[in-house]
Design a protein. Structure first.
Lengths: 329, 410
């Protein structure tokens, strides 16, 4: 977009564009431009360097420490011991909470996106309030979601549920898997809404018009024509939400995570262990940081492999949809 | 099908279809139109879609309501942390109001309403006996008689016993609990400013390079690569800062405290860079190509075009990126929690710092549910929510105006 195109008074095919561009650029060379362009390039390089350093450091150190035994063992109470420790309950806990979160967030997010793109007039007040709310929800600090989960789900919904069900001891009115998942669902709602909206907008209006012209109602058009087309995009939204939620620790601190559990979570009202929280525990509460270091790197690598695998799937799906959409236009 | 009920204007008058009255057309009663097949099911489904779409608004309201609800007693001065209180004799219970007694017994009004009178009486006795057990040295301490959750002790320096001068102290444990929030606010701002001073120039520079100067093929690689940084969970960034960066930076700068606000701020910058980069790059790309082409045609170099034409045109967007980055930075929890945690009242970046988020995350587990400490942590959460709410609003408003301006609507 920024290449200099040859002026029109030059005869056509008077030389290739690249040579001409080089000619024009050489004429305008000045040191200031070169220096400042270089500076912005350096900023870009520095950011990439930081990313590469973090990843390489973790991969190199983690690769030598990770093993099949490590990812498939339930650790004993003292999980700082490098020989007997494992992260199976953390992998299971993180996967459970993320899967349940997806089940809660996808329907609500998709329906909201359908309303925003298919029904709402862009200028109406209610649409603008919904959009403002979505934007705000995306910017609320994750720890505030944790407080919200504690204040609303546990102290309000859970405690009242216990009263209604006549539980003598707290079953729902305490940190639990379901409350952590619901808190995360509220947190990732904007991610799903925005991704679904984008995929809905990418569907050519001609498809909708053709369906309406054939006599289908608006709802039929949405359910049978628009949604199947948007499915890959909705999946991308779900995966982005999952990869965002998988590494979050702050919202689950008070709503369900446990320091140690001897068994895997079996019930919705159970607490669970979590990869991200385990990283926090290992790195701040270890009695001997040098001995914990290999386990720590292996745990971080496990979490990164989990999230990056999901991210890469999202990117592949997105590029496939775009190619498909381009062929439709 | 002829439907007479309820009568609608379009059932009596012939309405010529035109785009104008098409948009104003009534939706009928439960989706039933004259001359159309009745579809009440579809009408219900559409109303359901509308109701579900309100959930985002509902969630924002609920977050505000329930975080504020737990913090309300602090705002209304219903909490009392004074160690030595004027005891209320159990016989004089009836002379005091329920709210007063609940605050005195350190229980919530709901709990108070549920408990039978005999239990309350026992509680009053225990409370009165507890007052007798207070060690002698606190009895004569003026600090033991003040309620530290009053606003003046929350935000202003106070001359504590055994201190030389009035000081801001956050110390929620011990006999006399000190809840001054100023050190936490200072800690948050200190870490955030270091993070932004590091992140804004880098992210905006990279955004200029990627959107204006890089070749298209390079851009397609650079943009997702930088945004990949946001895929690294903050707990991993915190871990990296704690184990690797802290040691490396100390060996370069030779400062005293290994874990300080400087390290935390830099790590925070890593987390904020992708946010600022994405929004700034978006703003720079949305500047019309005509601007760039006109500048290049007049003989400006690409750098001159980027710096003197595109950047000024996109400045509101870049500003919004910084504001939204600020909102993200003050809300970041795990990085600061892992890297530094001591609450020190100092603006020196090489001292430790404790941010608001860190305080909530670290102390909520120890705080007694419903107690003053718990209430104040929720109040801090409400404060944080308000701060990010305002910065989001400013950011969104500026971006909205910017987009309108580019479209020529203003």
């Amino acid at each position: 977009m920024n290449t200099v195109t040859p002026p029109e008074y030059l005869p056509e095919n008077s030389g290739d564009t690249a040579r001409l561009t080089r000619h024009f650029r050489a004429e305008r060379f000045d040191f200031g431009s070169f220096f400042f362009s270089g500076l912005t390039g350096l900023a870009t390089l520095l950011i990439l360097g930081i990313l590469a350093t973090i990843l390489l450091n973790i991969i190199v150190n983690g690769w030598s420490a990770i093993s099949w035994h490590f990812v498939s063992t339930i650790p004993k109470k003292d999980f700082f011991d490098a020989n007997t420790t494992g992260v199976l309950p953390m992998i299971v806990g993180t996967s459970f909470r993320v899967i349940m979160m997806t089940i809660f967030v996808i329907p609500v997010g998709v329906i909201t996106a359908i309303y925003l793109t298919e029904y709402a007039a862009n200028t109406s007040i209610i649409t603008r309030i919904i959009r403002a709310a979505v934007n705000n929800l995306a910017g609320v600090p994750s720890i505030v979601f944790g407080l919200f989960g504690l204040g609303f789900f546990i102290n309000f919904v859970g405690k009242n549920l216990d009263t209604v069900l006549h539980n003598t001891s707290a079953v729902w009115g305490q940190p639990a898997l379901i409350w952590a998942s619901l808190t995360l669902a509220v947190m990732t709602l904007p991610v799903v809404i925005v991704a679904t909206e984008e995929s809905l907008k990418a569907i050519p209006p001609g498809l909708r018009e053709a369906s309406l012209a054939l006599g289908a109602t608006k709802l039929e058009t949405i359910l049978k024509i628009v949604l199947p087309q948007a499915l890959p995009g909705i999946m991308t939204g779900g995966i982005l939400a999952v990869s965002r939620a998988a590494g979050e620790v702050a919202p689950i601190l008070f709503t369900g995570v446990a320091y140690y559990m001897a068994s895997l979570p079996a019930h919705l009202s159970d607490q669970f262990m979590d990869l991200g929280y385990h990283i926090f525990v290992l790195s701040t509460q270890s009695p001997n940081i040098e001995q914990t270091r290999p386990i720590l790197y292996a745990t971080v690598l496990t979490l990164l492999l989990l999230t990056f695998a999901l991210n890469i799937v999202a990117i592949i799906i997105r590029s496939k949809i775009r190619r498909k959409m381009r062929s439709l236009h | 099908m002829r439907l007479r009920f309820p009568p609608r204007p379009h059932q009596f008058f012939a309405v010529t279809p035109s785009p104008q009255n098409e948009s104003r057309r009534s939706h009928g009663w439960m989706g039933i139109h004259r001359g159309h097949k009745a579809r009440p099911g579809e009408w219900l489904a559409e109303k359901f879609i509308f109701l579900v779409s309100l959930s985002a608004i509902l969630m924002v309201l609920l977050i505000f309501l329930f975080v504020a609800r737990e913090a309300l007693p602090v705002f209304f001065g219903q909490t009392n942390t004074a160690l030595v209180q004027k005891p209320i004799p159990p016989d004089e219970m009836d002379k005091h109001s329920a709210a007063e007694l609940a605050a005195y017994l350190e229980i919530t009004p709901e709990q108070f309403a549920k408990l039978p009178k005999s239990t309350l009486r026992t509680l009053m006795d225990i409370k009165a006996e507890g007052q007798d057990d207070i060690p002698e040295n606190f009895r004569n301490d003026p600090d033991a008689r003040i309620n530290t959750t009053e606003w003046q002790y929350l935000v202003r320096a106070h001359q504590w016993t055994d201190y030389d001068k009035p000081e801001y102290i956050w110390q929620p444990v011990g006999e006399i609990k000190k809840f001054n929030i100023i050190p936490l606010v200072v800690g948050t701002l200190k870490v955030t400013l270091v993070g932004l001073l590091f992140a804004v120039p880098l992210a905006v520079g990279a955004a200029i390079y990627v959107s204006q100067l890089a070749r298209p093929r390079l851009r397609e690689f650079l943009k997702p690569a930088i945004e990949m940084l946001s895929g690294i969970p903050s707990v991993v960034v915190g871990f990296f800062a704690l184990l690797v960066m802290a040691t490396v930076l100390q060996s370069i700068f030779h400062y005293q405290t290994r874990l300080n606000a400087f390290v935390a701020g830099l790590a925070l910058g890593f987390a904020v860079i992708p946010v600022i980069f994405s929004i700034a790059e978006d703003a720079l790309t949305s500047v019309p190509r005509a601007y760039t082409q006109a500048a290049l045609a007049l003989g400006a170099s690409r750098w001159q075009t980027a710096w003197q034409i595109v950047l000024p045109a996109a400045l509101p967007g870049v500003f919004a990126a910084a504001v939204l980055g600020f909102g993200r930075a003050i809300g970041e929890t795990m990085i600061v929690l892992m890297v530094c945690s001591a609450s020190v009242m100092s603006w020196n970046v090489f001292d430790s710092a404790r941010s608001i988020t860190t305080t909530i995350a670290a102390e909520m587990a120890e705080a007694v549910s419903g107690g003053p400490h718990y209430r104040i942590l929720f109040m801090l959460g409400a404060l944080l929510f308000a701060a990010t709410f305002v910065s989001n609003m400013i950011g969104d408003f500026v971006i909205h105006r910017f987009k309108l301006k580019l479209e020529g609507k203003r």
